[in-house]
Write a protein that binds this ligand. Structure first.
Ligand code: GMT
Length: 375
């Protein structure tokens, strides 16, 4: 198949899923055309089946808000026509689904009928999409898509709850490339971070409000009182300065390291013992899956789709949003007994294997075929 993929090209979960999906499909012989405003961050190598088409937005003095959606729709028209694509797959509803709808309408004037698949990732539904500023457009463009997928059952139900949706939504979960996300012993690195054999806790995110990154520091401060430990904070964003200040205020700054954005996240996960994800909402929790694939159990909230990934008492524990004491208590429980910790690590890896790229890719391929045949 010739597939157009539209996504945010950044470190965010939806962009990562879209890029990894495109790479996986290209490996299976499909021709993949990324259409976005920058080279996707994980698209950093050459493959004969991968193409990148940049969307550039002209900046005129008249535009206080340059119309990206129009530039994107025009680029989609151009790429579909000249590359003869079979299907357009847009990741994140805003503004990709509505731009795809516009492109699809324009293409009919060239007698081209291209099916559009929209994948809902989370904040496009739970936070941004549900804002009344965007709601009518999001509802319309989801209903106008030829196929819709969501990354968890919970997100699917939220979509039906928040919007007036008349289409079926197929759940295709996030996935993981187990060849890349694999535990590799990095003893020298571990020793540099935890010279006395301290336990290593880790959080990776974009430090947006929804991640409640300051709860990570609070949980860690409680764990640190009882267990010699270090905390790695990976990523960058709005709440990072607040977290750094909080670590100082709580007297744990010597044991907390802010590493910023990192590419080789699997290496950092490989030296870690426990992943913390105290999010306010999380449609799936890809970062937690990456941790689990590297044998790191998870303490998370029970928000959104997290209970579909993190299994209570098996791969970690889940507590209510804001229950810092509860999450700290469970973290201590796992970390204080090495045998127990090893068992949780093993369970995390076994459960992560269910989300292997090799299992999920065929689900997308079959869905593409089904949508192409029925539209
Ligand atoms: O988590 C973020 O802030 C990034 C966001 C995105 O849209 O890029 O991630 C969402 O999509 C990921 C991939 O499907 C999911 O694994 C994340 O759980 C989801 N984030 C939220 O729902 C907050």
């Amino acid at each position: 198949m010739k597939i157009g993929i539209v996504c945010y090209p950044t470190f965010g979960g939806s962009g990562v899923v879209a890029t990894e999906l495109g790479k996986g499909l290209a490996d299976r012989g499909h021709q993949i055309h990324f259409i976005t405003y920058n080279q996707p961050v994980r698209l950093d190598f050459f493959s004969e089946n991968l193409f990148y088409h940049e969307v550039s937005v002209s900046k005129y003095p008249l535009f206080d808000f340059p119309p990206y959606e129009l530039a994107l729709a025009s680029r989609m028209v151009d790429v579909v026509r000249f590359e003869k694509l079979d299907v357009l797959h847009v990741h994140y509803a805003i503004p990709h689904a509505s731009a795809a709808f516009m492109a699809k309408q324009i293409l009919t004037t060239y007698d081209i009928h291209i099916p559009v698949i929209t994948t809902l990732h989370g904040t496009d539904i739970t936070l941004v999409g549900n804002d009344r500023t965007y709601k009518p457009v999001v509802t319309f463009s989801i209903n106008q898509s030829d196929g819709v997928t969501s990354v968890s059952e919970h997100l699917k139900q939220d979509t039906y709850r928040f919007f007036d949706i008349t289409r079926d939504i197929k759940v295709i979960t996030n996935f993981i490339d187990l060849k890349r996300f694999i535990h590799t012993p990095k003893e020298h690195f571990k020793k540099a971070i935890a010279p006395e054999g301290e336990k290593i806790l880790i959080h990776t995110s974009n430090f947006r409000r929804v991640k409640r990154a300051s709860d990570v520091v609070r949980i860690f401060a409680k764990v640190n009182e009882q267990i010699p430990s270090k905390l790695l904070m990976v990523g960058d964003g709005q709440d990072r300065p607040e977290c750094e200040q909080l670590a100082r205020d709580l007297g744990v700054s010597q044991d907390v390291r802010f590493l910023g954005k990192q590419d080789a996240i699997e290496e950092i996960l490989s030296v870690s013992d426990l992943f913390l994800m105290p999010s306010q909402s999380e449609s799936f929790g890809l970062a937690a899956l990456e941790a689990m694939a590297c044998r790191v159990p998870v303490i998370s909230t029970n928000a959104g789709g997290l209970p579909e990934l993190n299994i209570e008492g098996l791969t970690g524990y889940l507590r209510d949003v804001g229950d810092v004491d509860g999450m700290a208590e469970q973290a201590i429980y796992i970390l204080q007994d090495q045998e127990r910790l090893n068992q949780f690590k093993e369970n995390a890896l076994i459960h992560a294997r269910k989300f292997d790229l090799a299992n999920i890719l065929p689900e997308y391929e079959n869905f593409y075929m089904q949508v192409i045949e029925s539209s």
